[in-house]
Design a binder for this molecule. Structure first.
Ligand code: PMP
Length: 384
């Protein structure tokens, strides 16, 4: 028998079921899921409304190339449009976040005919060769160099250096509104404003990567709306199809016809089952006012994490239900002890514990999470 290639740390736990904010292992043990596969299960595991839509679609039609219309795709674009700020009229369908970034950059390259992509320290944009080229951390990229050569990294959150890094050769500036993998680092309003102004001044496009922040997690549908700064293109992914693979780039109307037939494509993009799931997810986001719930429960979780009594805890970062607890020590040592206390969490950067729970997390869940974190930190203190 073949085996699955191993490039992940394994925890020896077999997950057999997921429902809303919880997952269960094969011994029947329940966990509060603040990992959600890096934010994918933001609308909960097996959310009944999405399950229903997928079930119906699975009986009807799975596979249809983009050349043909399908009711599933029509329903998706109708629902998803209601989540878009005015002026963002075109959606490019992909299957993953990294592909969403790739297509956004391809649009910028074709529109401007310039080579250079500007990205920032601590960025993460994906693991295909293009998006990896604009991902900062050596641990992801070093083994694969040389990557796409025309990349300049500016300093994240240093607005007065933006004019030095964005030039006449720049096709696009790519930035996360809150860096996820890099440490749950929110961009400052001054920084995003400086990027917008400088991109406009130099004729480059501003691409905001919302793959982790987007679709309600930070308390707004799109995190850039919290800043009053608008990109030319933004990306989304992770939770948009309720757990099925999706990625998309959303662009201003004027970029809708940028590609000639053949210049872009993707076999699985717009898959009918994924579209049915994404239509149901988009509708649910609006009908249940998910961003407002993320904001409210995020405030609860932030407060609980802030009041953790441990000298290893430094501060809480992030927005809505995208939160990091910065520690004085490396964070990865706490993932397994948290599992043992019934909490799935993530790390970000080197010394941040990251929490990306589903929006329906309750006050009781928050208490469970905060108590578990306090226990594992205090155990580490006691161990010296
Ligand atoms: N951009 C950002 C901001 C991300 O956080 C991620 C995934 N962590 C990606 C892009 C890549 O998404 P995917 O893994 O779906 O390709």
């Amino acid at each position: 028998m073949a085996r699955i290639a191993r490039y992940y740390r394994e925890y020896g736990i077999r997950l057999v079921r997921g429902y809303l904010q919880y997952v269960w292992d094969d011994s029947g043990r329940r966990y509060v899921d603040c990992n959600t596969n890096h934010g994918v299960a933001f609308l909960g595991h097996a959310n009944p409304k999405i399950v229903e839509a997928v079930k119906r679609q699975v009986e009807e039609l799975w596979v249809a190339p983009l050349n043909f219309y399908t009711p599933a795709r029509e329903r998706f674009i109708e629902e998803f449009s209601r989540l878009l700020p005015a002026g963002f009229g075109v959606v490019f369908l992909q299957n993953t976040g990294t592909e969403a970034v790739e297509v956004a950059v391809k649009i910028a390259k074709k529109v401007t005919r310039r080579p250079t992509i500007v990205a920032f320290t601590n960025s993460f944009h994906g693991r295909t060769m293009g998006s990896l080229s604009i991902t900062w951390n050596e641990k992801y990229r070093k083994a694969f160099e040389p990557l796409y050569p025309h990349v300049r990294f500016g300093k994240f959150n240093v607005p007065h250096e933006v004019d030095k890094v964005v030039g006449e050769d720049t096709c696009c500036v790519v930035v996360e509104p809150i860096q996820g993998e890099g440490g749950v680092n929110p961009a400052t309003p001054e920084f995003l404003k400086a990027l917008r102004e400088e991109a406009t001044r130099k004729g480059a496009l501003l691409i905001i990567d919302e793959v982790q922040t987007g679709f309600g997690r930070t308390g707004a549908v799109w995190a850039f709306q919290r800043y009053g700064v608008e990109p030319d293109i933004f990306t989304a992914g992770k939770p948009v199809a309720g757990g099925l693979p999706i990625g998309l780039a959303v662009a201003r109307e004027e970029f809708g016809d940028v590609f000639e037939p053949g210049e872009h494509g993707s076999t699985f993009a717009g898959n009918a089952v994924v579209m049915a799931a994404a239509a149901a997810a988009s509708r649910l986001l609006r009908e249940e006012d998910v961003p407002a719930k993320a904001e409210a429960m995020g405030a609860e979780l932030a407060k609980a994490l802030q009041s953790i009594n441990s000298r290893l805890a430094v501060r809480v970062k992030g927005a809505g239900l995208m939160l990091g607890l910065e520690l004085r020590v490396k964070a990865d040592q706490f993932i397994r002890p948290l599992l043992e206390r019934g909490v799935l969490a993530l790390t970000a950067g080197v010394n941040t514990l990251r929490f990306l729970p589903p929006y329906m997390i309750t006050r009781e869940d928050v208490e469970v999470v905060a108590a578990a974190v306090e226990q594992v930190l205090r155990a580490a203190e006691a161990a010296g």
